[in-house]
Design a protein around this ligand. Structure first.
Ligand code: ATP
Ligand code: MG
Length: 341
């Protein structure tokens, strides 16, 4: 049996993960799901620890992992999210955040039809450095003279490995996105790592864009992108824009990867969405397509393709949740996908 750790988490996480797991079960691939049901905000509020060392070890020793969402309005402190999702990303060194954005159906695009059709790109976001390490501090906090510092960290090792990964998965072009005209030091390092990787892949087309221009292009002409590689914060934002032009936050999938170890933590791009939690109206497609990425990485490429195809058909036929204009609840939307496998 192949053990898959499952963290349903908070808000709509358990609702969408249930549909993802049922869909994976449909393929009868001998996957053994190990549910860490206690990793959530309730546990954190009771004990101050949501993810213990044993939990991290349990996830690390599994073949791969599936996550719903972490986040709860009752928890004010960023320490909670940091203690779960960022801890998993950092402790398991999941330095690649892989976020494909491919239009599932013409009906979903907010863009002009002729521009929408071929949106098919991947944002590769550096996942362990940048602005999200928590490095920094506040001087004279709370007063009118406060100075807040959040350090934007880029190391040569961290940058080179994620840029190399982008070249290894691109089909026709790698577009490196930074803001080197204003953020000089990190920008320079990213540029050097990108040029070195480009020289090793002379057959791959390359492009460089500043993040402001890339965000604009993602809306005006997203069809021109293949693989975008960028740092943690720019990747966070750009991939949300990409998911919006590809059909909406409820459909976007992602993988947190360590390619050397062949380990992945798969999760929908959306968060816990507390406004709709517990109502069975959340769209399960982001979670289901994340499970599809998991299948592909386990080598089940035919099953992964069948899953994508079934999702696209359900969406095109309007068998979806209200966020995509369909009449179905979360369970029925999951069933609609499984019925088309
Ligand atoms: P978190 O802090 O956990 O990121 P959030 O409040 O930012 O939570 P998101 O999940 O990021 O919420 O989504 C923002 C909004 O988009 C939600 O409030 C919800 O209305 C909508 N949304 C997100 N995911 C889905 C989904 N799967 N199906 C339908 N609507 C969704
Ligand atoms: Mg959010």
């Amino acid at each position: 049996m192949t053990r898959i750790a499952v963290i349903p988490g908070d808000g709509i996480g358990p609702e969408v993960v249930e549909q993802a797991v049922l869909t994976l079960d449909e393929f009868r691939l001998g996957l053994d799901f190990d549910f860490l049901d206690h990793v959530n905000a309730d546990t954190y509020l009771r004990t101050d620890v949501a993810l213990s060392d044993e939990d991290v070890a349990r996830v690390a020793s599994s073949r791969s992992a599936l996550l719903g969402a972490i986040g709860d309005p009752r928890v004010g402190s960023p320490a909670y999210g940091r203690g779960v999702l960022l801890r998993l990303r950092f402790d398991l060194d999941l330095y690649v955040n892989y976020r494909p954005a491919k239009l599932l159906s013409d009906r979903l695009s907010p863009l002009r039809r002729d521009r929408a059709r071929a949106v098919d790109c991947v944002v590769i976001r550096e996942n362990t450095e940048g602005l999200y390490t928590g490095l920094g501090g506040s001087l004279r906090p709370g007063g009118g003279h406060e100075i807040a510092l959040d350090i934007d960290l880029s190391t040569h090792r961290g940058t080179a490995r994620v840029v190399d990964h982008a070249f290894s998965v691109a089909r026709r072009e790698v577009c490196m996105v930074d803001k080197a005209n204003a953020v000089e030091h990190g920008g320079g390092l990213w540029q050097r790592c990108w040029r070195t990787a480009a020289a090793r892949h002379p057959d791959m087309a390359t492009r460089h864009m500043y993040v402001d221009a890339a965000a604009m292009r993602m809306v005006t002409d997203p069809t021109t992108f293949d693989v975008i590689v960028t740092n943690n914060s720019y990747g966070d934002i750009l991939s949300d824009v990409a998911s919006a032009v590809a059909g909406g936050i409820g459909t976007a999938a992602s993988a947190n990867l360590n390619p050397e170890r062949g380990f992945g933590l798969y999760e929908p791009v959306h968060g816990s969405a507390p406004d709709i939690a517990g109502k069975q109206v959340a769209n399960p497609i982001g979670a289901i397509l994340s499970a599809g990425l998991l299948l592909a990485d386990l080598g089940h490429t035919a099953e992964a393709a069948a899953l994508r195809h079934a999702v696209a058909r359900a969406v095109t036929e309007g068998e979806t949740t209200p966020d995509l204009g369909g009449p179905l609840d979360t369970r029925k939307a999951g069933q609609a996908v499984r019925a088309r496998l």
